[in-house]
Design a protein around this ligand. Structure first.
Ligand SMILES: NC(=O)C1=CN([C@@H]2O[C@H](COP(=O)(O)OP(=O)(O)OC[C@H]3O[C@@H](n4cnc5c(N)ncnc54)[C@H](O)[C@@H]3O)[C@@H](O)[C@H]2O)C=CC1
Ligand SMILES: O=C(O)[C@@H]1CCC=N1
Length: 271
């Protein structure tokens, strides 16, 4: 099946890289992106064809269309597709933009799934939230699950509005983890380790702890307690995190992301 990506930026690259690594043929993927730099980068990295804009024949011949432009760019990008769309499944990965608005811009098209993936898709370790209208055919649900499931795990939410929360947790989430790695690395240097040692220790710790949590049947709290000797070093550090309100901070940060997702839908969707 031919897949047409509208937008070939960071998220498209992560999905395309993940799909190709897991057996999708590069010949089955076409990217439309007005940026020459993006087109060249995708072709060089993954061997996919890339064009400045998809023509009517290409749109009509695609079995699946993936919308991967910024929310701000979505209306214009989708408007260009509308005259040529042939009823195929459309998957949008954009934050905030609601299916009802996509449907309207596409001239009443109803085969739409919204997906919220994340960039670890590039290495097959993504997690994607999916939402679809209740009347979407089960074959379309299965197709969306197969495409996003090829680059990691998937979680369906029954109400599209829950995707704002999904975006705040897992869509944006890798950036929170990278920020923590950066902070741990900087702290290591302040404690006198050299930059190479700092990076190896910070990255290795987060990767190992994440794998342990993923592979364990026990909750993260139990795993944390096992590191924390009474009166020991971990307890001293965790007391600082708790005193600084880390848990409340995470709640506040994710609320801000969720709010921004709703705003993006209002700002760039309702027009
Ligand atoms: N980056 C991430 O971690 C995630 C991003 N998303 C969503 O994915 C979408 C894309 O985000 P990024 O890849 O980060 O942005 P990006 O800015 O890297 O990519 C967007 C691409 O769309 C292209 N573009 C602009 N107008 C276009 C048009 N009319 N037709 C075709 N292509 C056009 C741009 O040249 C650019 O290469 C956003 O809606 C975002 O909410 C979703 C999950 C995670
Ligand atoms: O920052 C953003 O708006 C997008 C959505 C989730 C991750 N990146």
């Amino acid at each position: 099946m031919k897949m047409l990506f509208i937008g070939g930026g960071n998220m498209a690259a992560a999905l395309i890289g993940g799909l190709i690594a897991r057996g999708t043929s590069a010949a089955d993927i076409l990217v439309a992106d007005p940026s020459e730099a993006q087109r060249e980068s995708l072709s060089a990295r993954f061997g996919v064809a890339a064009v400045p804009a998809a023509d009517a024949a290409t749109i009509g011949a695609s079995g699946l269309i993936l919308l991967a432009v910024k929310p701000q760019q979505m209306r214009e990008a989708v408007g260009a597709l509308a005259p040529a769309i042939a009823g195929q499944l459309v998957i949008s990965v954009a934050a905030g933009i609601r299916a009802v608005d996509l449907a309207r811009w596409l001239g009443g098209h109803r085969r739409i799934v919204r997906a919220m993936p994340n960039t670890p898709a590039l290495i097959g370790q993504g997690v994607t939230g999916l939402a679809a209208p209740a009347d979407l055919a089960s074959g379309d649900r299965a197709l969306a699950e197969r495409i996003l499931g090829a680059v990691g795990t998937t979680v369906w939410v029954d109400d599209e509005s829950k995707l704002d929360a999904v975006t705040a947790i897992s869509g944006s989430g890798p950036a929170y983890v990278f920020l923590f790695i950066e902070a741990l690395e900087a702290a290591a240097v302040k404690l006198g380790l050299n930059p190479e040692q700092a990076r190896a220790l910070a990255q290795g710790t987060v990767a190992g702890a994440a794998q342990l949590a993923a592979q364990s049947s026990e909750p993260p709290a139990t795993l944390r307690e096992r590191v924390t000797s009474k009166g020991g070093t971990t307890a001293a550090a965790l007391a600082e995190f708790e005193a600084a309100g880390l848990r409340e901070l995470v709640t506040r940060a994710t609320r801000a992301a969720e709010r921004r997702s709703v705003e993006l839908g209002d700002e760039f969707g309702r027009a």
